[in-house]
Design a protein around this ligand. Sequence first.
Ligand code: ADP
Ligand code: UDP
Length: 231
Amino acid sequence: MKLLYEGKAKEVFSTDDPDKLIIKYKNSLTAGNGAKKADMEGKGALNCRISNIIFGYLESNGVPTHFVREIDETAIEVKKVEIVPLEVIVRNVAAGSFSKRYGVEEGSALKCPVLEYSYKCDELGDPLINDYHIMALGLATREELDEIAAITFRVNELLKAFFDKVGVRLIDFKIELGRYHGKIILADEISPDSCRLWEKGTDEKLDKDRFRRDMGGVLEAYEKILKKIDC
Ligand code: ADP
Ligand code: UDP
């Protein structure tokens, strides 16, 4: 195993199979493009388990994903994709940067889900980008964007139902997709690091906003999510 890349939340290793990678979840938490950092024992294992459960659910509902198998509690084997350098975001309820940018109170209902892209580029601070920018920069083709949008809205419907069943509101989330043998598949992770999850009834935040906003109880919130979905 050779370390190919160390990211903010995961390490990526090569394997003997050129088509596969090993991804290892770290205990680090970052916010504001790495400006704020912390290490929390057990966080890697929590996100790994939560993401694996979600990817298994999506795969069993026909969404193509990179997930191959669990290696141990923080490592998984995945299909090696060529990541489309976009953070693909869906918003069901106003929050975070959307609320700030458009002056809408957090928690306000949206008349329809919003699909939004950020250019995945740390040096530029992941700027907001649209279909035309993406095509003009050659980051993805029209056909790929159509495929990405179709998969992403399907993921949104499936995830909303999945979390609703366990008493959690899916406010928004970010996914990454990649090219694998000519097809677009879901890659990276889906966890409380990459979603906003509010408990139904109380609107208690069960996601990385607890870290971003110094609310405390980060691991407890992630554990609560795992407990709700691990059955
Ligand atoms: P970041 O790069 O934002 O710091 P991570 O620490 O999560 O993020 O690093 C994981 C890296 O692995 C990300 O750059 C992500 O795009 C990439 N990645 C995730 N899944 C795959 C995959 N199946 N094939 C190739 N790269 C992947
Ligand atoms: N998100 C993410 N990684 C990013 C940016 C956003 O996982 O680099 C997720 C974030 O957790 C939230 C959604 O995408 O669930 C929308 O994030 P927003 O743009 O509101 O982020 P903020 O600027 O508030 O961090």
